[in-house]
Design a protein around this ligand. Structure first.
Ligand SMILES: *Cc1c(COP(=O)(O)O)cnc(C)c1O
Length: 435
């Protein structure tokens, strides 16, 4: 067996006098299962652009081919080492069956962990699979949950339907009303769940303040950081316990696969892993390869998304037919100063209002470059209207309460040249009907 898969030599040793088997057990466990061993520790000290290319990736040990092979297999040869791993309780560190773990998963998990500054990571077959497994992994019987009242629709469905049916009481709170969040705490509160940036108005959430509340009441904080990516902020460093991502969005970035990830300490990820096994949302090795390959260009893509979004937002904010523009990198965004403090990259999402939903509907077919589609974070610019997509299940009064006025248009700015995007938007806005 490859000795690089054995324990991290830098792992702390249990003190003299402990039973020998304890050291043996510690030697077998790593922060996250890894095939790159010592080099991964060295990479952690390097820049994000370097980590994005090299962390987790490894060359084919058989042929020397550069880059991680696609281990398209469901199962692995069993030997003493695998049997011992099962018997002694560390099957997550050995290859046994692909739902449990696969070298293609380990490679992308290690890359994600290095980007997010996490000890450990797990990839899933979708963002929702990652969210469901993470939430269930941190809940106990009788737990009370505090969650944002502006959740991604799929997450709201999980909370409102599944978790309510299982009997977990949930309090929904305004994610920016920190005192309101604190007031919602009960003696049995064990989980706080928030998104780093809300959809579609791109409100920025104060993760540090939420983490303080979680710490004070002994609860865990999960942050969905899909909209900001690890290059925007690293919630674990701000005190979150678990970060989840829909890798479908920026992390993969090419609108060509569905995947998710959960990141945090080895200990918490070991509690989430059994849910990955039980609910079955493992990521296929070929999708792992695509995600790993995409991540190598994450820093380049995020820079381009931000530059494009900033210019598009500036253009929109000065256009006479645009009522209002929301972008956390614009000084008139309500969270501009918080964004300056906590976000290293303000991302590629831009939201704006025209006069009415009817006018927004008239605008979309006039766009030639921008594609009318839901989802976000891809290299191509996508446009959608919250009223008939993400927030279609809401009444117009409910939308208004969240601040979503009629005529709201959401852009996921891609990596095209900003001048071309602005020309496309300008022509469509000028031609748009007066309704
Ligand atoms: C898309 C999305 C999800 C769900 O991810 P899938 O990969 O579609 O399952 C969760 N949270 C946010 C913020 C999202 O945008």
């Amino acid at each position: 067996m490859d000795d690089r898969t054995k324990g991290d030599p830098a792992a702390p040793r249990i003190g003299v006098g402990s039973a020998h088997w304890v050291n043996e057990l510690a030697r077998q466990r790593q922060l996250g299962p890894s095939r790159t061993g010592d080099f991964s520790a060295a990479l952690r000290g390097m820049h994000a652009a370097t980590r994005a290319v090299h962390a987790g990736s490894f060359d084919d040990p058989l042929t020397g081919a550069v880059g991680t092979p696609i281990y398209q297999t469901s199962t692995f040869i069993l030997g003493d080492d695998q049997y011992r791993a099962v018997e002694e309780g560390y099957p997550r560190d050995r290859f046994i069956y692909t739902r449990y773990g696969n070298p293609s998963q380990w490679a992308v998990q290690e890359k994600l962990a290095a980007l997010e500054g996490a000890e450990s990571a797990l990839v899933f077959s979708s963002g929702m699979a990652a969210i469901a497994a993470s939430v269930m992994g941190l809940l106990d019987k009788g737990a009370h949950i505090i969650a944002s009242d502006e959740l991604y629709g799929g997450t709201y469905g999980l909370f409102h339907q599944e978790l309510m049916a299982l009997g977990f009481p949930i309090t929904y709170v305004d994610p920016r009303d920190i005192e309101g969040v604190r007031a919602a705490v009960r003696p049995n509160t064990t989980l706080l769940y928030f998104e780093a940036m809300t959809n579609p108005l791109l409100k920025v959430v104060d993760i540090e303040a939420l983490a303080g509340i979680a710490r004070d009441c002994g609860a865990r904080l999960i942050i969905d950081a899909t909209f900001v990516s690890p290059l925007g902020c690293r919630p674990l460093e701000l005190g979150a316990d678990i970060v989840v991502h829909s890798c479908t969005k920026y992390l993969n970035g090419h609108s060509d696969l569905v995947a998710g990830a959960a990141l945090g300490t080895r200990k918490l990820l070991d509690a989430i892993w059994p849910r990955l096994l039980a609910y079955g949302g493992c990521l296929d090795p070929h999708a792992c390869f695509m995600l790993e390959r995409s991540l190598k260009t994450l820093t380049l893509r995020m820079r381009a998304h931000q530059e494009g979004a900033q210019q598009v937002a500036q253009f929109l904010s000065q256009h006479p037919r645009v009522r209002r523009t929301y972008y956390p990198g614009l000084p008139d965004h309500p969270d501009f100063s918080l964004a300056q403090r906590v976000l290293r990259n303000t991302g590629g999402m831009v939201t704006f209002n025209v006069a009415s939903d009817a006018q927004a509907l008239d605008l979309l077919p006039r766009l030639r470059l921008m594609r009318e589609a839901t989802s976000l974070g891809g290299v191509e610019t996508l446009v959608s209207l919250p009223f008939n997509t993400s927030h279609a299940a809401f009444t117009s009064t409910q939308r208004k309460r969240l601040g979503i006025e009629p005529g709201c248009v959401r852009l996921s700015v891609g990596i095209e040249h900003p001048d071309d995007l602005i020309a496309d938007l300008g022509a469509a806005l000028d031609a748009m009907a007066e309704i």
